[in-house]
Write a protein that binds this ligand. Structure first.
Ligand SMILES: Nc1nc2c(ncn2[C@@H]2O[C@H](COP(=O)(O)OP(=O)(O)OP(=O)(O)O)[C@@H](O)[C@H]2O)c(=O)[nH]1
Ligand SMILES: [Mg+2]
Length: 335
């Protein structure tokens, strides 16, 4: 199942208590302080994994608890630190403190790890507390509690170009033509119910970019019609959009305006992204249908007509939007 949002309870481990003890020496009732310190509580960590594409596993557990640190012991024995708990997430996952709304982590790279709930520090034993000024501390320290937080995970997939169009516009077919992605394709609306990513390899350059196909938009999507606008979050981090309209539409420009209006209602930032307009299925247009408005691309995924030009345009749009500013690496982007 595709899950792109979930809330969990995280409890990092408490620190172990410091020990209060004295070294036992023959014929001496009280040797020097020898209580060991407690171990640190385990952290709750989040790690990005490129192989993952959904938060399903994260949502399944609901509650994550890391081990507590062991208490210190006599003879200056320190307690062991508690084991950390690591939550693996797909790249593009944002982790928020659900109580304050603060962003804790934006996971963009494979293997990148962050602490989202910190384990408590171990308490110092009386051996560690002893100093030249205070040779015989009165007590050992207790361990500190580990952080307990409700965490909200939101996945916004990482892609360069987002495909926007009505259901049945031919978005998934187009994606399957320009990449090796295999989204489901059928002649009924809302075939696509989750985002699909495809990697487009440019032959002229040793270069590639990622295109995201999302469920179709209809008039009123912002009010929850159809599949709503929930999936638009997956194109929030793209650098450019492609608006796809079927060539059988009576007024393609009006269709594109409707789609842009839905985007604006979701987020004005989204609607301001650079975009290109594409008239699809031009093999069907000969009998009926409109000509491409000025400045539009016209394609057929059936015959392959116009596909190369559109891929070229994508590459141009990406260069224009500053490919090298490594926008996706900026943790503040799209947040
Ligand atoms: N003749 C012709 N048919 C096409 C072309 N592109 C797509 N189709 C057909 O149009 C129908 C819809 O295509 P999809 O790619 O599933 O459309 P979609 O935009 O992904 O639709 P949703 O996932 O429902 O939003 C399918 O039956 C495709 O075979 C084309 O260029 N020419
Ligand atoms: Mg589709």
């Amino acid at each position: 199942m595709f899950i792109d949002e979930t809330t969990i309870q995280a409890k990092a481990g408490d620190g172990g208590n410091g020990c209060f003890a004295y070294e036992r020496q023959k014929y001496k009732p009280k040797g020097p302080p020898a209580g060991g310190s407690g171990g640190r509580g385990g952290h709750i960590l989040v790690r990005g994994r490129a192989q993952l594409h959904t938060l399903q596993d994260v949502a399944y557990h609901r509650s994550y608890k890391a081990e507590r640190g062991a208490h210190g012991k006599g003879s200056c024995k320190h307690g062991k630190s508690g084991a950390d708990v690591c939550i693996s997430v797909p790249l593009g996952t944002l982790v928020y403190n659900d109580e304050t709304g603060a962003l804790l982590y934006d996971c963009l790279e494979d293997g990148q790890t962050a602490v989202v709930a910190r384990g408590g520090r171990g308490g110092r034993g009386n051996a560690a507390l002893a100093s030249p000024k205070n040779r015989n501390p009165e007590a050992a320290e207790p361990g500190r509690p580990g952080e307990a937080r409700r965490l909200r995970f939101v996945l916004k997939v990482l892609a360069d170009i987002g495909l926007v169009g009505r259901p049945n516009a031919g978005k998934s077919t187009f994606l399957s033509k320009i990449s090796r992605a295999h989204p489901r394709i059928a002649d009924y609306p809302f075939t696509t119910t989750r985002p699909h990513l495809g990697i487009v390899k440019l032959d002229a350059f040793y270069d590639s970019f990622v295109v995201a196909d999302i469920p179709g938009l209809i008039e009123g999507s912002h009010t929850g019609k159809g599949l709503g606008t929930r999936f638009l979050r997956h194109i929030e981090r793209t650098r450019a959009l492609a608006i796809l309209v079927e060539s059988t539409a009576a007024d393609p420009q009006a269709e594109a305006d409707m789609l842009l209006a839905e985007l604006t209602r979701y987020s004005s930032l989204l609607a301001q992204k650079p975009h290109c307009c594409i008239l699809t299925k031009n093999d069907l247009a000969r009998a009926h249908g409109a000509a491409a408005p000025h400045g539009w691309f016209s394609i057929s995924s059936a015959t392959g007509a116009g596909i190369r030009q559109v891929v070229g345009e994508f590459s141009r749009l990406l260069k224009e939007s500053g490919r090298d500013d490594s926008g996706q690496k900026d943790p503040k982007r799209g947040v």
